[in-house]
Design a protein. Structure first.
Length: 603
């Protein structure tokens, strides 16, 4: 097995790490940064951009620049969360044929796993550049409160990126692993993880190389993006009050507001106030209008305090589920970029009654933990055991539309449970089962995971057939279903029809398209190199022609000019064969100039 890398696929930024000499090492990107913006764009000429280069051009290309796509993973388009994205983000979300959220990017409609795969591919490329070898295996992190559909979507993204995702690990668990392994920590630990798009709180017990999650709670749509949105709404509202113009209806203006909001939020963690200046953000018949605003840390904290308080509600529930008091914790660990905010640190300290630990880099800890997990899988890290839990209950819809839980939340994984089903009608040839995930008593209020049919049931009166259905949750927190006829002992056919996510055919199609995109990128790069070569040859030929014009015959001069014109025309097109041919012809006709140059040099 080759090297296994650890990837933190974040809402705002992503990070990749690997074990080197028994220690985790964060791999910088080609610009030297240790984290990479989770941004994907398509430029006007069709070039795909990823990371900082995509983020930098977002203002001028807002419609075709996608960020925070992690918030759309495994979600239906009609869900309230996706509708908030539709309202607040400049790029265009649309409804996929299966009802999932999708994004229009350039001339294509892409699923969130496809876009996430682009980011994962770039992380893999950074690792390959650093290691000097091909990488095909990875450990990828997800929020602890991701449901089955979101975990499946993350695994699909890895497959599309050409990665064998050996393990999906929860972000708080990865952070605790990075923290605990470096310090050989022990005791009860709360991991408070507030990132760009999600919030998790996990209560864990560490000791003797065992990392056991007791409970987890959280919100997969609560993070720095929501704080940015509050600032954007305030700025837009103030501008509308002064000028009567709604900036959020202008995609370019909205992106400028978002960039300014993010920068102000980050700066206010270090200073008490910031000046926000956005000149020429709007123009009408009267003339240009500018946005100028001074935002103080106190104003920002008042604006978003309720969001931070929501995280504490989840902390209360996690402590209650674990059966421990805040005072019984040995340590509170802060993870995620938003924990740099002074208000967050203050609120967490007051809630838990202790100063939280910042012993790990909040931006890198999750990737480091993923790399350590990769080292465990490779055998490079020994005497470490991870015991995680199911974040949400799993069950089925039963008579009357009730949700019957089969696997309770916070059950340790891997785990399995079996239930015996039977028929409701005489001579019924199949049984329909609806699998759901959530905590609400009614089936319709929970997340639908799949509907499957148990086929091939022998003809019998209702209630006689007995079919044992087994639900298994693997170490990745992903559910699978199997069935067995207890009467015959035969394994029955189970046809699972996912209610969301990509089908196997979709994944294969996307992988094929990705391979084609790689070829297109290679062709585009080859074309650019040829054009640069043609430019260089034409420039040197023209300069030399001017210098040695009097030494050439009229026929030679005419031939060179003709080949220059042909090369210039070919260079303006996209036919690589024509450019190559024109370069060769120009090289041949300009040999006479080279002969004269070297003859004079020898004389």
């Amino acid at each position: 097995m080759g090297r296994v890398i650890g990837i933190d696929l974040g809402t705002t930024n992503s990070c990749v790490a690997v074990m080197e000499g028994g220690n985790p090492v964060v791999i910088p990107n080609l610009e030297g940064s240790r984290t990479t913006p989770s941004v994907v764009a398509v430029s006007d000429d069709g070039e795909r951009l990823v990371g900082a280069v995509a983020k930098r051009q977002a203002i001028t290309n807002a419609r075709n620049t996608v960020f925070a796509v992690k918030r759309l993973m495994g979600r239906k388009f009609d869900s309230p969360e996706v509708q908030r994205v539709v309202t607040n983000y400049p790029y265009h979300c649309t409804k996929a044929p299966n009802g999932d959220a999708a994004v229009e990017l350039g001339a294509k409609v892409m699923s969130p796993p496809e876009i996430s795969a682009v980011i994962l591919s770039r992380m893999r490329e950074y690792a390959e550049e650093y290691l000097g070898e091909k990488v095909s295996d990875a450990v990828v992190t997800v929020p602890a409160y991701f449901d089955d559909a979101q975990r499946q979507a993350t695994r699909d993204a890895g497959r599309i990126a050409g990665l064998n995702v050996q393990r999906i690990i929860n972000e708080p668990t990865a952070a605790a692993l990075a923290h605990g392994l470096s310090r050989r920590a022990s005791g009860r630990v709360a991991v408070y993880d507030l990132g760009g798009g999600t919030f998790d709180i996990s209560i864990m017990e560490l000791g003797d190389g065992v990392f056991q999650v007791k409970t987890t709670h959280g919100d997969t749509f609560l993070g720095g993006e929501d704080i940015d949105a509050r600032i954007v709404d305030m700025l837009a509202g103030e501008f509308q009050r002064l000028h009567g113009v709604e900036l959020r209806e202008d995609m370019v203006a909205l992106q400028r507001l978002r960039d300014a909001a993010e920068k102000a939020k980050i700066d206010l963690s270090a200073v008490r106030e910031v000046d926000i200046n956005l000149p020429f953000i709007h123009a009408d018949s009267v003339g240009p209008k500018h946005l100028q605003f001074t935002l103080t840390r106190t104003q920002l904290e008042s604006l978003v305090e309720d969001l931070i308080d929501r995280t504490l509600d989840h902390c209360r529930m996690a402590l209650s589920d674990a059966g421990v008091k805040a005072s019984e914790l040995d340590e509170v660990l802060l993870v995620g970029g938003m924990t740099k905010m002074p208000l967050v640190q203050q609120k967490v300290a007051n809630f838990f009654g202790t100063q939280p630990s910042r012993g790990v880099n909040p931006d890198e800890a999750v990737a480091v933990g993923a790399a350590i997990q990769a080292g465990i899988l490779q055998g490079d890290v020994g005497d470490v055991v991870l015991l995680d839990v199911v974040p949400l209950s799993l069950g089925i819809e039963t008579q009357g539309g009730l949700f019957t839980k089969l696997i309770e939340r916070n059950s340790s994984i891997p785990c399995s449970i079996s239930e015996v089903f039977t028929t409701a009608e005489d001579y019924q040839p199949l049984v329909n089962t609806h699998v759901l995930q959530g905590e609400r008593p009614m089936a319709r209020d929970n997340k639908s995971l799949a509907r499957f049919e148990l086929l091939g049931i022998p003809p019998a009166r209702r209630g006689i057939p007995k079919i044992e259905v087994t639900f298994e949750v693997d170490v990745n927190g992903i559910l699978s279903v199997s069935a067995r006829d207890l009467g015959t002992g035969n394994v029955q056919t189970v046809r699972v029809r996912p209610t969301s996510g990509l089908s196997e055919r979709d994944i294969e199609r996307i992988i094929g398209e990705a391979a084609e995109a790689v070829r297109e990128d290679e062709n585009r790069q080859e074309l650019a190199n040829l054009k640069n070569r043609a430019d260089g040859l034409m420039y040197t030929t023209e300069r030399s022609l001017e210098e040695f014009l009097n030494y050439l015959t009229d026929e030679e001069i005419a031939r060179i000019h003709e080949d220059l014109d042909n090369c210039r025309r070919a260079r303006g097109g996209t036919d690589t064969a024509a450019i190559i041919a024109s370069i060769k012809n120009l090289e041949k006709s300009s040999y006479r100039i080279a002969e004269l140059m070297y003859r004079d040099a020898g004389g």
